[in-house]
Design a protein around this ligand. Structure first.
Ligand code: PAF
Length: 287
């Protein structure tokens, strides 16, 4: 496995693989890797000749400076894990290598057809512009056959699909397929997240209330006369009743449009909860 820190070297290495007719898979990450990322990398390695993993804490997607500073960084440990699970190239650039000063300061603007107006988009203005700025740059540099993203960041995934499908950057990404990968959970139910590293042992225990409530809500949705607003409110009230947890939003939306829905069919509930100082997200599909 080779660790690459410059765009030029990355492009050269990828070009050499393409000349040999090899297929390329890309797994974009911000590092602090856990089993959830590992599942994406393993899948990528099983479906492509060459697996490229980017490890880059993208400053332009953080609207909160403190969150950016506190984001866990562990490149040596990440590289060891990636080497052991079949990655061929790790791309770990500095922000200065990725962006010009202008790109860093002048927010990238993109029309997401309204998909960025609710939930994470509403709470973190500019976040998805930053995500698409870095993802489109990575796709442009690597031009992979497949790119792998986790469903835990469901709204992010919907926006990336939109961006790729609309072929706004038509022709740029060739025959790219975006591959959706299911949430990986601890046996306890807690969705794996790099942010879990910031939870104390007691907070980790408290955080279990999030997934437990989401799974309980699958049953509530089957009760006679169950309706979306009532289940939505019950999830919020149940989580807020757990000391140490505070819901930022819980919305049951259509899985494709991300718009509020009054039916559980093709619906997903997306939640963001503060567990102490740590902001955690999770989701559950109803049908
Ligand atoms: O999901 C993430 O870790 C990031 O948003 C991504 C897709 C790697 C872009 O920085």
């Amino acid at each position: 496995m080779q660790i690459i820190t410059t765009k030029a070297e990355l492009e050269r290495s990828i070009q050499a693989c393409k000349m040999k007719g090899q297929t390329i898979g890309l797994v974009p990450t911000m590092g602090a890797l856990h089993e959830g990322h590992a599942s994406l990398v393993r899948r990528c390695a099983s479906e492509n000749d060459v697996t490229v993993v980017s490890v880059f804490v993208n400053p332009t997607q953080f609207n909160n400076k403190e969150d950016l500073l506190k984001y866990p960084r562990s490149l040596d440990r990440d590289a060891e894990l990636l080497d052991s699970i079949g990655a061929h190239f790790v791309f770990a650039p500095t922000p200065e290598e990725m962006y010009t000063a202008e790109e860093m300061n002048e927010p990238f603007r993109f029309d997401f057809g309204g998909l960025d107006k609710m939930m994470e988009g509403a709470m973190r203005p500019g976040h998805f512009n930053g995500v698409v700025q870095v993802v489109s740059r990575l796709l442009y540099l690597v031009r992979p056959d497949r790119a792998y993203f986790g469903e835990k960041d469901f709204q992010q995934l919907a926006i990336i699909h939109f961006m790729v499908e609309r072929s706004v950057l038509a022709g740029t990404f060739g025959k790219l397929t975006v591959v959706d990968c299911p949430i990986v959970r601890e046996q306890s139910g807690l969705a794996l997240s790099s942010r879990n590293e910031r939870l104390s042992a007691a907070e980790k225990q408290t955080a279990l209330g999030i997934s437990r409530t989401l799974f309980d809500s699958l049953e509530w949705a089957k009760e006679p006369n169950a309706n979306v607003p009532a289940v939505q409110q019950r999830v919020i009230d149940t989580i807020n009743a757990i000391p140490g947890l505070e819901v930022e939003y819980y919305q049951i939306v259509d899985q494709t449009t991300l718009l509020p829905t009054d039916s559980f069919r093709h619906a997903i509930g997306c939640v963001t909860v503060y567990c102490g100082q740590v902001r955690l997200i999770d989701n559950i599909k109803y049908e």
